[in-house]
Design a protein around this ligand. Sequence first.
Ligand SMILES: [Zn+2]
Ligand SMILES: [Zn+2]
Length: 373
Amino acid sequence: MIPETTRAAVLRAYRKPLVLEDLPLPPRPDPGAALVRLERTTLCGTDAHLWQGGMPFVELPIVLGHEMTGRVVALGAGADTDALGRPVELGTRLVWSESACGRCHGCAVLREPVLCADRGYGFRQRADRAPYVTGGLTEYCWVSPGSARLVVPDDVPATWAAAAGCAGKTVVRAFDRAGGVPPGATVVVQGAGPLGLFGTALARASGAGLVITLGAPDDRLALARRWGADEVVSVEEVPDPDDRVARVAELTGARGADLVFDFAGSPTTNYEGVLMCGQRGTHVVVGLAGPDAVAVPPGVVMGRELRVLGSLNGDVSDLDRALRFLAGNRDRFDWNAMFAPPIELAAATSALAGMAAMTAIKPVIAFGTEELC
Ligand SMILES: [Zn+2]
Ligand SMILES: [Zn+2]
């Protein structure tokens, strides 16, 4: 039985408390769609950015959240398998990637779902039009017909599966775009939020020789050390971008880094990242630098024969590998150390404010009557 409504936290005005509302649920799923009762939603920096009005082109009202997992409660025709052909039934735990149109240059020519011109991000769905709820801050959530699903393995906790949905797959894709980590490579990770922390762990697990993580505050840098950073640089203690470049030069014996991942997205990140690269180094741009970005020095890109690459979110392939990376390294990295204690949907606003203030690394919303543990 599909309930007639779902409780959701709706963003109606930027920086204002989300409004708890009962939104309609259609009586039956469209062909290819699924209705999922969410178990966990983790919040992403983009959610906090959206809540603060940092993406004003997004139309309100919306239901925020794009890292979530839950169990299937209704299936449309033809939605009975996941992207790998595994059976999907009522009760199956799912994660999914945004839908792609299949008919644009990005989809059809480049065959890259992340480059789809009409990619179905949850936050593009207005909360006052059917199907109302495709975001994560809702008890029941529609999985759009074109989105690629994956069955969550039984041994992957819901919180990890949710976080793979954006943070995990974004980091996996960035490493893939870079062409992987050569054995013994020097890797610089810019940022110590969820992406930077996952990136630190992935660099370590991929065979890097030296991993340097830059970020703040200190509790995040402490976790970066636990997850494999050999050296950390506090951007609070070293506030000048050129001083940070000098610090990395010192730590790398003036050789510079083979790989520099921008998971921070500040106006100076890419300027610093390029200067931190050694000869034939690669700088991967993942963060959003914003309109005040400091120019990257082209003479350095040329003189050191650098590669500067962009990497945008991730698709179902990255999502699958993120799930496998988290599950396969559960004994090596204490993934739970990144997550805040689960809270109820009604507390989502304070979690977003905590992210904006950088007091929470990764808030977790728990649904239903299950224990908050
Ligand atoms: Zn497309
Ligand atoms: Zn995200």
